[in-house]
Each structure stands twice: as structure tokens, then as C-alpha cells.
Ligand binder design. Structure first.
Ligand code: FE2
Length: 417
């Protein structure tokens, strides 16, 4: 408000000054005219419009026009000055903000790059240079896959997907940078949409190499531990060697045939390996008893799914595995143990292992009986569909057996690691 009043005051002053200056000019013009024409000066009304011999003297209009003109010029100059000051102020603030953002971008451990429609880098922060193993200045104008890839467009590139779908996309890739360092990058591609099309894409890259290696080490340790535990179980139970490994192979093949998600297959793989871990707590004399078990002994053996499940329950990574183990002796019809679950109440992994376990048990020699023929075992499995076994799992198992599908056992282990 104060600024406005000041501005009006300035314009009025300038206007009045203009009128004053403008008054002097017509006075001299009039005097000069009268001097030339011999007319006596009439000071009383010199500001009026004078007409003499067809000549119009706008002696009273000129000062006003001059005043207005000067006031207008002054107002414009004032406006220009203020706008210039505002511009300088805004620019300074923007520069400061830009500098702050740049500092944040350059000190974050995340790579930020902006790519145009040709996949050329138009912006990259400091960490992008670290990921690429080259100075940031060298990256600008280069293709993203030349900076953070193999030199060829990556399969399933989230940046390309973001350009096409106009939506944010995620992905991951391995890159060997210019320093020969191998990095594993998690990517997020965010489209910048302008006038209905994706003009640029922001690629956010997180280096997860260390976490991935650490995870891989942990998986390898887990697998080594599992192998050791399986060896102990089989030694104690007197199984012919490799029961757990065979159950594991069948279970994974059935799970793949059923089209289960990869994570579920990995869990089934581990659970199949450890399904009888609860037998560690049962006396070897009972497990290896050649004759029939007493009711008490049988009740003790029946505890092994719960004991095994409880043993693993404290490991967060094996929560689902623990559940699968607990229910691997449930029957599809509801007559199994320990909880008498039926149908889809039984975890799918448990239903899969149940079939694989039964088939291998029937076709293997045990201390208390000899193995039966494979055809005979298959017939028993078919008979048990809907009662002991899930019919869908039996169908998948028979399909696996008949087609002799060769699904490599190490596949699941590779996925796990
Ligand atoms: Fe069992």
C-alpha cells in the first residue's frame, strides 16, 4: 500500500513538473509569434486558443500534453525499475534454491538422471558419475545404456517402458562401468509428461550391489546349513540316502507344473528338504524299528511335523517354510495330522510335498519294509486322490512322471541364491 501511494505521488509530481516545463514552451512560441506579427501581447489570456490569420496556437493544450507525457514516461520508468528489482530478487532466490537442490542431489547416494526421447542424458547428478565410473560432464548427451549398461539397450528397460506407458516403471540391471566395476542397480523411471506426451524420463538408480552380495552369502549359508541338517535327519532315520533330496526334486517339479509363483517354489524346495527335521527329537530306536510301532510310538512319530515347524518358526525368512512343514502330513479329505485340515486349508506346498514324500517313501527300501514297484506306487497315489492327496497335485505329479519332465533341481537353488 505504502509503495502504491509513493508511486502515485511520484507520478503526480512528474506530471506537474511536466506541465510546468510544458508551459514555458508555448509562452515563448506566443511571444515569438506576436513579435513577428506586431500584435501586442495579451498576458491575461495567453493560455487560450488563439487564432490569427488561420493559425491555431494551442498554448493552453501543450503544457497539459507535455505533463501527461512526462508523467507516463516517468511511470513506465518506475514500473521498469521495480520489475527489474523483482526479477533480480526472484532470480537470486531461484539460483539459491537451485544451488541447494544441486547440493542435495550431489550428496545423496542415489543416482538421478534425466533422459530425453532419444535416451540421451540431459542431466545427471554426481553419483551417476560414480555409477558410470566417469565424470558427470562426460555423460551428458550420451545414451543411458552407454553410461550405465552394456552399450546396448537393456532388456525390459524401465525407461523405455515409462516413455511408452506414460507411467512410472521399476526394474533392475547389472552393469559393468568404465572402471570395470560390476554394479547391481535398482531402477525407477518416472515420466515427465508435457502436452499429452512423455517429454523426458527421470531415472532414479540405487546401487544395491552390497545388499545383493550380502543376501547371496546369507542364502548360501542357509543352503549349507540345510544340507547339513538333511544329512543329520537321514542318518538318524536310517533312510536310504537321499530321501529328502528326491522329495525335493519331485516337489519342485510338481510345483512348477502347477505354475506356482517362484517364491512359493523356493519355499517348497526348502520345506521339502527339511520336511522331516522334527524327527531329530524322536528316538532312533523308534524310527528304525523293524516291526510295527505301538500306539504310543506312533503318537511320538506323529509329532515330528509340529516339532520341525516349531524348530524353524523363529526364523523370519522361513515362516512360510515352517507352515508348509507343519502340514505336510495333513490329508486332503481332513483325516491327517496335526490339525486335521482339509482341502485348500492345507498350504499348497504341504499338499505338494505330501504326494512327493509318499511316492518316494513307497518306492524306497525302509528298515521295516521293502520298496514297492513304481507302477504300484503310482496306482496308490491315484487311489489316494481326493482322500489323502489333492487331486490337482496328483494330476500334476502324474503329468510330470509321464512326460519325464527334466526340470533341473539346481534351478530352484539358483533362484534362491
Ligand atoms: Fe514326515
Amino acid at each position: 500500500m505504502k509503495r502504491k501511494v509513493e508511486k502515485i505521488r511520484h507520478i503526480l509530481l512528474q506530471g506537474l513538473s511536466g506541465m510546468l516545463i510544458g508551459s514555458i514552451i508555448p509562452v515563448f512560441v506566443t511571444l515569438s509569434y506576436m513579435g513577428n506579427t506586431g500584435l501586442a501581447p495579451n498576458w491575461a489570456n495567453w493560455w487560450e486558443v488563439h487564432v490569427h490569420n488561420g493559425t491555431l496556437l494551442l498554448v493552453d493544450v501543450v503544457p497539459v500534453l507535455f505533463g501527461i507525457m512526462l508523467a507516463k514516461i516517468s511511470a513506465d520508468r518506475q514500473e521498469l525499475k521495480e520489475r527489474r528489482q523483482e526479477y533480480v530478487q526472484v532470480k537470486t532466490e531461484l539460483d539459491e534454491q537451485l544451488s541447494r537442490w544441486k547440493m542435495i542431489f550431489d550428496h545423496t547416494p542415489v543416482g538421478y538422471a534425466v533422459l530425453d526421447r532419444e535416451l540421451n542424458l540431459v542431466f545427471a547428478n554426481r553419483i551417476c558419475g560414480v555409477l558410470a565410473g566417469a565424470p558427470v560432464e562426460e555423460l551428458i548427451g550420451k545414451k543411458c545404456y552407454d553410461c550405465f549398461g552394456s552399450g546396448e539397450l537393456c532388456d525390459g528397460c524401465p525407461v523405455v517402458k515409462a516413455f511408452v506407458s506414460m507411467e512410472s516403471q521399476t526394474g533392475s540391471k547389472k552393469e559393468v562401468n568404465r572402471q570395470g566395476e560390476e554394479n547391481i542397480l535398482e531402477q525407477i523411471a518416472v515420466p515427465i509428461i508435457k502436452h499429452g506426451q512423455v517429454e523426458q524420463v527421470i531415472e532414479i538408480m540405487v546401487n544395491v550391489t552390497e545388499q545383493a552380495h550380502s543376501l547371496q552369502n546369507r542364502h548360501e549359508e542357509l543352503i549349507a546349513t540345510i544340507d547339513t541338517m538333511v544329512g543329520i535327519i537321514e542318518l538318524k532315520d536310517g533312510y536310504t540316502g537321499g530321501h529328502s533330496q528326491r522329495v525335493r526334486r519331485w516337489a519342485v517339479r510338481i510345483a512348477r507344473s502347477l505354475g506356482l509363483p517362484e517364491q512359493e517354489i523356493i519355499d517348497i524346495d526348502i520345506a521339502a528338504c527339511l520336511h522331516d527335521i522334527g524327527k531329530i527329537g524322536i528316538a532312533g530306536l523308534i524310527l528304525n524299528k523293524p516291526g510295527d510301532l505301538t500306539m504310543t510310538e506312533y503318537e511320538m512319530v506323529k509329532k515330528h511335523p509340529v516339532v520341525g515347524s516349531d524348530t524353524l518358526a523363529g526364523i523370519p525368512r522361513l515362516e512360510n517354510v515352517s507352515k508348509i512343514i507343519r502340514h505336510h502330513h495333513e490329508a486332503f479329505g481332513g483325516s491327517g495330522y496335526p490339525d486335521g485340515l482339509s482341502g485348500s486349508e492345507i498350504p499348497v506346498g504341504s499338499r505338494v510335498i505330501c504326494v512327493a514324500d509318499a511316492y518316494d517313501a513307497m518306492t524306497s527300501d525302509r528298515v521295516y519294509r521293502k520298496a514297492i514297484a513304481k507302477d504300484h506306487a503310482l496306482a496308490e497315489i491315484k487311489l489316494g486322490a481326493g482322500k489323502q492327496f489333492d487331486p490337482r497335485v496328483v494330476e500334476a505329479f502324474l503329468e510330470v512322471v509321464s512326460e519325464h519332465k527334466v526340470i533341473q533341481f539346481p534351478l530352484a537353488r539358483e533362484k534362491l541364491s
